[in-house]
Design a protein around this ligand. Sequence first.
Ligand SMILES: [Zn+2]
Length: 434
Amino acid sequence: MAAAAGLLALVGCAREPAPNLVLLSIDTLRADHLGVYGYRRDTSPNLDAFARRGAVFEHVYAPAAWTLPSHASMMTGLVPGRHGAVGGDRGIRDDVAVLAELLAAAGYRTDAVVNGPFVKAKFGFGRGFDSYVYFEKDDTEAHHDAVLRALRAGLARRPSFLFLHYMTLHIPHRPPPEHDRFSDPGARFPGIAENLRATKLELEAGRRVVSRAEVGYLRDLYDGEIVHLDAMLGEVFALLAAAVARDTYLVVTSDHGEEFLDHGSLIHNGTLYDELIHVPFLLWGPDVPAGIRVPALRGLVDVAPTLLELARVPAPPGLDGRSVLEAFGDAPQAERVLPLLTGYPEPERALLKAGVRTEEMKLIVDLATGARELYDLARDPEERRNVYPTGARRDDPRLEALERAVPAGAAPSSRDVQLTPEEREALRSLGYIE
Ligand SMILES: [Zn+2]
């Protein structure tokens, strides 16, 4: 793999000025709804075409199923139990190093353009940034223009780190008419897309049934939003095409997926099945092998260590993540074990489920009841048959190893976050709180 060797050589060359880094997080993007990840619909032509110039990591998983803890893991290289940002009133612990701080200390100019309340600076995400600009989800055009401006400015100087975040796919699902290409105009379900959180809660309480036609309609709207997002990505990639061939590394990923009754519910938050944690992860840059697909298991916790290695900045000791660049080398790699921890933003429901995912198995623990689900992912990738054993068969050493890797809970956060009435309203409109 000559190109891969070139990448590692470039990263290791201390005389070259440090490269530019762009981290593009698409909120709520299920990997399996993209053409490059095998989707049957043509939702993402621009991303699919640009992906051929870079590396596609096929099996990357978020450690949680909602925005705050997953982005905090991206930015710290730590699992949620260690960075502390696990509930809507808890930010990243102040004693935990964040990616932008480490890059700024190494001389990087750092800028962010974000689009959702749970990546606001007050949760600890603003540390280390020279500028951190926030847009509401509905400010679509102003936000996209700001992203393009930040890219033009960032790519023109070196070294530069840009964190760009799009909320386009998050509920409420409302694709613009020109991109709403999959929903049947004759099959409208008034109100369901607008009141999705209420529908989710009624569904989970057993007071509501959502029909196949209704969930199909929601999926059609979501796919239309991906088409809208992909049109904007086309403009982003046009700015980046020359840069990634020259001096810039780009990572495109997501914080979690979205459920369409895959396991009896909607939206995201409270479970740890793959429709909520399998996320895209694509890497471009000078000497990144074009068109390579990496099947090995990786986690969002790997984002910060990867970007630090590309910047030639030492990673803090003891991170849970590891640089994905090792996938391009020839050295044998140890099997990964990814701890999982998720809940809702409300403090009393901040921790609901813990778990662990390996390439072949997933164990999920209900933290309230202790109930356990075990899935043999090699035979049952859709997680339909709980094979958690009864009685003496629990002594299986492989199961004991999984049990040991399940997080027991979360370290207390040293950053209490108070939300303003306006922020609570924004969270309400996005379906996060009552
Ligand atoms: Zn999110």
